[in-house]
Design a protein around this ligand. Structure first.
Ligand code: GDP
Ligand code: MN
Length: 392
């Protein structure tokens, strides 16, 4: 689950990561005005009005603006509320007392699938796209992987100091940055985050360092340890992915991925193997969807409907192994689903095996739906689905 900036800063703040003074969460221009008035009354010389959407690059898109008066804040509130940033409508803005910036750095902690540990990234070049810095000036980006063993008791102050020193942060900020990194690591671990990113980490004129921005992703599998992350669900901020939210509501195991081949199978293991065989055939899966053991007509129709709603899906690979679920039930599910869904442009490649598979294949053939392509093996099905996606 992704947090928006002000939530990430709340999470940082309660874990000892220094952040700017608390601002106001606003849904209307009047609330922006009230938030700015309060900040100026409190002694702020400027405020910053920031779009709260789950995407980066808000500044470039006109979603982050400084105001040195209440009037200016009102104007910015008017222009940012309702703005569309990369497909996310701004319903909430955060009005924060502005910080004075001497320098901008980059700092993050994330899960590293390769080392199966934690990855800390630190750079003197912050406030910009870190991947771009990594491409053009890799020496300016320090990457340090840490094993779970060496971080059982948290990140040591010495290791934190090594990292910020290696990143060439100036001597004046090293102590503050090392303390901040230790706190950031603890926040990441204790809150079950998979990513805690600060871009920019700023040096203020007094050489203190604070997190000016935040990007935090919490581990969905740990939600049960945190009341389902209920504290972070607020009106006006959309779910991570609308289809994932819909799937969750319907009790469908669905994860959005970024390829073109929609994938639907029964059983998590089979679905994972399906993702692999799609990749081996030069394609990329658009999603992970486990219709579950039942694979009933209802579940099939709901699941297929969901996958087809994703505009990036160019073909669908339905991979079912009949165990308790019999082949004819699966086939009827697919037939019923295609009937309910009406016209759709994508072809469905179906590989059906296991209990009563022949009966299922016969039913599919009889139904003779123009969009259904039968395949004998998993490999054939993957090759066909990838080919059809490429043609579409
Ligand atoms: P992003 O564009 O979505 O990454 O949003 P950020 O929160 O990182 O803001 C973008 C940029 O706006 C930052 O890199 C800063 O340069 C600038 N900015 C944001 N907040 C402040 C602030 O309080 N004071 C000043 N002077 N600049 C700010
Ligand atoms: Mn940023």
């Amino acid at each position: 689950m992704d947090l928006v900036e002000f939530q990430g800063k709340q999470l940082f703040g309660r874990n000892g990561v220094p952040v700017p003074p608390v601002g106001a969460i606003c849904r209307t221009v009047d609330e922006v005005v009230a938030g700015a008035e309060a900040a100026f009354a409190d002694g702020a010389s400027a405020v910053v009005v920031k779009a709260q959407v789950k995407t980066g690059g808000r500044g470039k898109a006109g979603g982050v603006k400084l105001a040195s008066s209440v009037e200016e804040a009102r104007e910015h509130g008017g222009s940012i509320l309702g703005l569309d940033i990369k497909g996310h409508t701004v319903n909430v803005v955060y009005v924060e007392p502005a910080s004075d910036i001497a320098e901008e750095y980059y700092l993050s902690v994330m899960h590293d699938r390769v080392s199966k540990g934690h990855l800390v990234i630190c750079s003197k070049e912050g406030g910009v796209d870190i991947e771009e810095v990594n491409r053009t000036n890799p020496d300016a980006v320090v990457k340090r992987t840490l094993s779970p063993h060496e971080t059982v008791a948290g990140l040591s102050r010495d290791t934190a100091m090594e990292i910020v020193t290696q990143a060439n942060l100036p001597a004046e900020v090293l102590d503050g940055a090392a303390d901040l990194l230790v706190a950031l690591f603890n926040a990441y671990r204790d809150e079950d985050a998979t990513l805690a990113e600060i871009n920019p980490l700023i040096r203020r004129p007094d050489d203190s360092v604070i997190a000016l921005d935040s990007k935090v992703t919490l581990d969905g599998n740990a939600a049960f340890r945190h009341d389902g992350y209920a504290e972070w669900q607020i009106p006006g901020i959309d779910a991570d992915d609308p289809l994932e939210a819909e799937a969750k509501e319907k009790g469908i195991q669905y994860v959005k991925l970024d390829g073109q081949v929609g994938v639907l199978g029964n059983g998590a293991g089979l679905v994972m193997a399906t993702l692999d065989v799609v990749a081996q055939n030069g394609g990329r899966a658009a999603n992970f969807l486990d219709v579950g053991g039942g694979a009933s007509a209802d579940a099939m129709a709901e699941s297929l409907g969901l996958v087809l709603k994703d505009p990036s899906v160019k073909s669908v690979f339905i991979n079912i192994f009949g165990g308790i679920t019999r082949g004819e039930e699966v086939a009827n599910g697919i037939i019923e689903a295609t009937r309910r869904l009406g016209d759709f442009p994508q072809k469905l490649v179906v590989r059906l095996d296991g209990t009563n598979a022949e009966e299922g294949r016969r039913l599919l053939e009889e139904a003779g739906h123009a969009s259904v392509v039968a395949a004998a093996t998993m490999q054939d099905a993957a090759a066909k689905a990838v080919e059809l996606a490429a043609q579409a």
